[in-house]
Every structure is written in structure tokens, then in C-alpha cells.
Write a protein that binds this ligand. Structure first.
Ligand code: ATR
Length: 276
């Protein structure tokens, strides 16, 4: 019997997950199907009960349900608990297990451009919201050496850092401070929505003091190349957009659900084609 997977979000109309996963299912000859469900926040609990009743094999969770969903799951993995959000759920014999593959997906994609020793480099995360938390917790758990956090609201950066039990060295910075000391960082990651379509002219952080050769990673993929990445490239940065994180999180979820390794490059190509 075929297996059904899904996405719970609101809205979900523009999601690239269905096409990415369904292509991979047919490519690998798996009798599986992935459908995006638009679930209003008031209906989340009903939706989860429905999933259990209908026996979906697993699902992704996206905005605005990543935190709220945790209430309705049977077990939550330790990393997801520390991040405080779940984006992937696996149904095992009627029990729902929650995971977070966003941070790992990001880390895997960062490693491809930053090299095997990337955890030893000094990093700066811009932003201190949900996406920043996922990236910070995962990199810290993996053993990162030094990660500063710069945010418009510095208190939020301080809070993120203070709740972390890892050995990583971390300082909270204002955006201005970070801009002034930008040459310290070998990897700079934008996790804010600043520069996302339609406000494509905005920059999360000025790059005037950046060293050439710095790795700039933006988790935004719409547009594919933000103004921030364009400016960084001109100033000699090695740049990466948010497709890597998106495909990475999807590939990890796919593997958890099917126990098969998906073709990462094919997934990436299909998403690029969609956005192209
Ligand atoms: P997400 O889950 O996508 O991380 P979030 O939790 O709402 O979303 O966090 C948004 C992040 O983008 C925050 O770091 C926010 O800064 P504040 O904590 O100061 O609000 C940042 N952000 C959003 N819009 C911004 C803007 N116009 N200028 C600067 N930072 C912005």
C-alpha cells in the first residue's frame, strides 16, 4: 500500500516541498505521495488527529505551526526541544515523533562551501528569531568554536546566547558593533527576513568592513540572490543562498521517512527550476 506524506502550514500555496518530494519518490520508484495541507492555526489540533486517524506516514511543519505543533506530538527529539521548534514528524506505529532538520540542513549546506573545518571558523549570525535559534543550536551542538549573534533587538541575541549549554564562545552584538568589527568573522549568516521579496533593496548588515574571502550565507531564497549576497560577491565574498538549507532540511526528512538517501543534486535542480 502506498504511503502518504504531507506539509502542514498556512499558507502553503507557494511551497516547493510537494514537487521536490514527489519527484524524488518517482525517481527512486517509491510508492509514496506528498501533499501540502493548508491548515488554519485554529485547526491544528484537529489536523493532527486527522493525520493519526488516516495514518499518514510523516509530515513537515512550516510557518506558523513549528512551535505550536509540539503540544500535539507524542515524543520530541532533544535537538528539536532545544531549538524549540519541529519541522519534521515521523509516524511510527501510530505515535508521532518530532524532529528539527532545519539546522542540520543548513549545517550540511554550509559545510559544502565552508569546508570540513568550518566549525573552527569564527561565525556571525545576524538575527535572533526562530531561524537563528535553529542555526545557532545546531552549529553549537556540532561543536562550533565561536558564534556571535547580532540583532536589531540586542536583548533577543543575549537571551539566545544565555540559554545555551554548549562550549561555544558567544557574544551578543548590536548590528552597528558587528558592522564595525566585521573583519573578525570568516563566516557570516543572515537569518533575518531583511532583503526578502518584495523588499529586495534592504540589507541586514552593511558589508563595508568585510574581508575578501569571507563566506556569506543568506537563508533567503526568494530572490535567489539577495542584494546582500550581490554586494558581498562584488567585495570578494564566497556566497550561498537559502536553497541549500531548504533542500538540506527536505533531504534529511526524506531519509527519515523512507530510509532511502535522496538525490540531493536532483532535489536542488528541481527547486531551482521552480524558482528560476
Ligand atoms: P524567523 O522565525 O524567520 O526567524 P522571527 O522569529 O520573527 O522569524 O525573527 C525575525 C528576525 O529578523 C529577528 O531577528 C528580527 O529582529 P528583531 O528581533 O529585532 O525583531 C529580524 N528582523 C525582521 N525584520 C527586520 C528589520 N526590518 N530590520 C532588522 N531586523 C529585522
Amino acid at each position: 500500500m502506498g504511503k502518504l506524506f504531507g506539509l502542514l502550514g498556512h499558507p502553503v500555496g507557494h511551497s516547493m516541498s510537494p514537487i521536490m518530494h514527489n519527484d524524488q519518490f518517482s525517481f527512486l520508484g517509491l510508492d509514496c505521495y506528498y501533499h501540502a495541507f493548508d491548515v488554519h492555526p485554529n485547526e491544528l489540533e484537529n489536523a493532527v488527529n486527522g493525520i493519526k486517524a488516516l495514518g499518514l506516514s510523516g509530515f513537515n511543519v512550516t510557518i506558523p505551526h513549528k512551535v505550536e505543533i509540539m503540544k500535539y506530538l507524542d515524543e520530541i527529539d532533544e535537538e528539536a526541544l532545544q531549538i524549540g521548534a519541529v519541522n519534521t514528524v515521523v509516524n511510527r506505529d501510530g505515535k508521532l515523533y518530532g524532529y528539527n532538520t532545519d539546522g542540520k540542513g543548513f549545517a550540511v549546506s554550509l559545510q559544502t562551501i565552508a569546508g570540513a573545518d568550518f566549525l573552527n571558523k569564527k561565525m556571525l549570525i545576524v538575527g535572533a528569531g526562530g531561524a537563528a535559534r535553529g542555526v545557532f543550536v545546531t552549529l553549537a551542538r556540532m561543536g562550533a568554536n565561536a558564534i556571535d549573534i547580532a540583532n536589531r533587538t540586542v536583548e533577543k541575541a543575549e537571551e539566545l546566547i544565555s540559554n545555551n549549554p554548549y562550549r561555544v564562545q558567544s557574544n551578543a552584538r548590536s548590528i552597528k558593533e558587528a558592522e564595525k568589527n566585521l573583519a573578525e568573522y570568516q563566516i557570516i549568516i543572515n537569518t533575518t527576513s531583511v532583503g526578502m521579496s518584495p523588499k529586495i533593496e534592504e540589507l541586514p548588515l552593511q558589508l563595508t568592513n568585510m574581508q575578501p574571502g569571507t563566506i556569506l550565507s543568506d537563508i533567503i531564497y526568494n530572490p535567489l540572490e539577495t542584494k546582500w549576497l550581490k554586494e558581498g560577491k562584488i567585495a570578494g565574498a564566497v556566497t550561498q543562498n537559502g536553497i541549500g538549507m531548504f533542500v538540506g532540511q527536505g533531504a534529511l526528512a526524506f531519509e527519515m521517512w523512507t530510509k532511502e538517501k535522496p538525490d540531493y543534486n536532483r532535489m536542488e535542480q528541481i527547486v531551482m527550476k521552480q524558482l528560476g
